[in-house]
Structures are given as structure tokens and as C-alpha cells.
Ligand binder design. Structure first.
Ligand code: ZN
Length: 215
């Protein structure tokens, strides 16, 4: 194996990681997975190790991560992101580790619900039905994306020649799509969710002194 994806999900911070190399990373992955193994996860009789996807950020884990980073710091694998991730979580915070295929939005939301139930000491099923009540109707007409500080996303047509501005419908005389347009106003703190389908003229009008951004 030369490549493996992992997602870490916690209420305070989530991240997707990819470990890849031109050579085998089997030993690396084995050591990596051992970070999350507890004594009672090891079945010595059948030579099996179980890794629970629900984990807790503890000092002990952070120490193991430090040792792991020390071992692999000279490799080309991006191990340092592990330390910064666990430093961002609060002490004792629960998180999920998910190997392989990227999670769907639905799966992410379910994981967040579960983490919320743990944090608030509520029953998972109760939280689930509350969320359904809150978001059920919205979810019928909108797609919901979970995101945090590490998310980068562009919305809309990638090919500039095919873009239609969703505000003026390309009715302006000079249509161009060269500026970076923020899908949610930059003044609200959004830096990374970019809208492809906003033409330069609409963009500069929204951002002008009398535009919607300054309001
Ligand atoms: Zn426009």
C-alpha cells in the first residue's frame, strides 16, 4: 500500500489527511493504527487487533503521537499535522477516526450528532429526532455541507467560458470571471468558500461603498 486517507472528526475541529509515498507505507500505517489501540483491543489468542472508531484525546495519546512523529519525521509523510490536530482538541474530547473512503455529508452529520450527544450527556436517538425536526424540511431543498476552518470549497461551474452569473444572469455588457468571489460574504469571516458563478461586475458592485458587503 502506498496511499491511505483518514478523516478525523471532532466538534471543535475536523480534518482529512492523506498519507502517501512512492514506496510502501505498510509499516507506517501499522504504527499509525497502533496509536489508537488500547490494551483490551488486542486479542492475543486470535492475533487480532480491533480499533474503535470513537476515540478520546488524552495526554497519553498525545505522548504516543509525539513518539510516532519522532520516528517518521524524516519521511516524506506529513506527520506533523497529527500533532497540531490533537493540540487543537480539548483535553478528553471525543473524536472519530475514519479510514479509507471520504465520508458523505450525511455520515459526517451523524457523527457530529453522536459527538454532540456525548458532550451534552443526551441520548443519541433524542438528538437525532431533534435534528430531524429542525433540519428535515431544509434538507429536502438544500444540500448541507459540514465545514470548518480547514475546508476549501468552490461552488459552481469550473469552466469560465460556461459560467452564468447567478446574480445578473450574464445580462451585463462585459462579462468576465476573473475576481475571487466569496459565496458567503468575506465580511462574515468566510475566506475559503468561493463562488465561481459571480461575475466581476456584480462582485465589484457588491463590494463597493454602497454595496451589500459594506452594509
Ligand atoms: Zn453578474
Amino acid at each position: 500500500m502506498t496511499k491511505m486517507d483518514f478523516s478525523f472528526l471532532a466538534l471543535s475541529h475536523s480534518i482529512d489527511m492523506t498519507f502517501k509515498s512512492s514506496t510502501s507505507i505498510d509499516q507506517f500505517l501499522y504504527d499509525f493504527m497502533l496509536l489508537f489501540v488500547k490494551e483490551d483491543d488486542i486479542d492475543c489468542v486470535n492475533h487480532k487487533i480491533k480499533i474503535k472508531i470513537l476515540q478520546q484525546n488524552t495526554t497519553e495519546l498525545k505522548n504516543r503521537v509525539d513518539t510516532f512523529i519522532d520516528k517518521y519525521k524524516d519521511s516524506n509523510l506529513k506527520v506533523f499535522q497529527l500533532r497540531s490536530y490533537f493540540q487543537k482538541l480539548t483535553e478528553g474530547e471525543y473524536f472519530f477516526i475514519w479510514p479509507g473512503n471520504p465520508l458523505t455529508t450525511e455520515q459526517r452529520i451523524d457523527f457530529y450528532k453522536y459527538l454532540t450527544s456525548l458532550l451534552e450527556g443526551n441520548d443519541y436517538e433524542t438528538i437525532k429526532s431533534q435534528m430531524k425536526e429542525l433540519f428535515g424540511e431544509i434538507k429536502k431543498v438544500y444540500s448541507i455541507s459540514a465545514f470548518d476552518a480547514s475546508t476549501k470549497k468552490t461552488i459552481g461551474e469550473q469552466d469560465k467560458s460556461k459560467r452564468v452569473c447567478r446574480f445578473c444572469n450574464n445580462t451585463r455588457t462585459n462579462i468576465s470571471f476573473n475576481n475571487i468571489a466569496h459565496a458567503i460574504s468575506e465580511s462574515l469571516g468566510n475566506k475559503k468558500i468561493i463562488l465561481n458563478e459571480e461575475c466581476d461586475e456584480c462582485n465589484s458592485e457588491f463590494g463597493s461603498a454602497s454595496g451589500i458587503e459594506s452594509s
